[in-house]
Design a protein around this ligand. Structure first.
Ligand code: CUA
Length: 335
């Protein structure tokens, strides 16, 4: 085992994958995020200095020119009518500041956008839906939802390129610790890349208001060692689990209208409207991140999605208790 994979191994074994729940853009763990942090700090420094100067002058003026006992309140203070020097100064200085900010921002944006792909590149297509993310891997023939697996490397040599598309309205894809946010717009392909330098279960969210459940359109990005990513792709490429003891539950599932919207690879469920369920149990959350993926939640979700995520496009099918149990039992076989 070489030192690189040993380090990666230790990092991952410590707690499976480190949780990166606080999506802090000031602790970037990928190259695009690192350069964008520099721009953010420079902008804060310049605008912070302006704040201090302007705020300081206001405080000084209030203190220095306040009314004092004995002032003649009927008399107007001396009036100043125009000063060329002052007017030229407060026109030129803001223009210079704005040009510095534009220049630095444009340089970093161009640097990130024009970076040439490293040798090892994974391609992912992310499609925004109200209110979940479809995730496709064209090179592997995989479709999944909400949880994006990509490889990472300590030196940043493993990069992933995202093509961003929308099925309905404008969304925005943002995993703050890895790269800046990029809008996801109907009838347009946008691009984004990142090269995570640390393993982790990264949190992100849709960053453009897209309707009632915008807040529950969450992104989970799993940056894992290339070996684990490979294993994950191999599992995702397999057809749905065909456990014989679930045959009856499966028949019930396939007889319901679930199949109009959901796909389960290798079965007659070929719906495209909702998330692909072929390997549903490999994901930690359901409903676009609204609840954890476990039996109790799954049952509650299938029973009444509107109670958990009001406004979501999945209807309640008003299943009987027995049907619910069977559907959930079948879904639990989709590992
Ligand atoms: Cu999608 Cu906000």
């Amino acid at each position: 085992m070489n030192p690189y994979s040993l380090l990666a191994f230790l990092q991952v074994q410590a707690s499976n994958l480190p949780e990166r729940k606080i999506a802090n853009m000031f602790r970037p763990l990928a190259s695009p995020g690192e350069s964008e942090k520099q721009v953010a700090l420079l902008t804060f420094a310049i605008t912070g200095a302006i704040f201090v100067v302007v705020g300081g002058l206001i405080v000084y003026t209030i203190a220095r020119f306040r009314s004092r006992p004995g002032d003649d309140l009927r008399q107007e203070p001396p009036q100043v009518y125009g000063s060329n020097q002052i007017e030229v100064a407060w026109t030129i200085i803001p223009i210079l500041i704005v040009f510095v900010l534009i220049g630095v921002t444009a340089r970093v944006v161009a640097g990130v956008q024009n970076a040439s792909p490293p040798k090892t590149t994974t391609h992912v297509t992310v499609i925004g839906h109200q209110w979940w993310w479809e995730v496709q891997y064209p090179d592997y023939g995989i479709t999944t939802a909400n949880e994006v697996h990509i490889p990472f490397s300590l030196d940043g040599a493993q990069a992933t390129y995202f093509m961003l598309q929308s099925m309905d309205v404008a969304h925005s894809f943002w995993v703050p610790q890895l790269s800046g946010k990029t809008d996801v717009i109907p009838n347009r392909d946008n691009y984004l890349w990142m090269n995570p330098k640390a393993a982790g279960y990264y949190y992100g969210n849709c960053a453009e208001y897209c309707g009632t459940q915008h807040a529950n359109m969450q992104i989970r990005l799993v940056a894992e060692p290339p070996e684990d990513f490979k294993k994950w792709t191999l599992n995702q490429q397999t057809k749905a689990n065909e456990a014989s003891e679930a045959a009856q539950d499966k028949a019930v599932f396939l007889s319901l209208s679930c199949v109009n919207c959901h796909m389960v690879g290798g079965t007659t469920a070929i719906g495209k409207f909702g998330p692909d369920l072929t390997h549903l149990m490999s994901r930690r959350e359901i409903g676009g991140g609204v609840i954890e993926n476990n039996r109790k939640n799954l049952r509650a979700w299938v029973n009444d999605p509107q109670g958990i995520k009001p406004g979501c496009l999945m209807p309640s099918l008003k299943l009987t208790d027995r049907e619910l149990d069977q559907v959930v039992a079948y879904l639990e076989t989709l590992k």
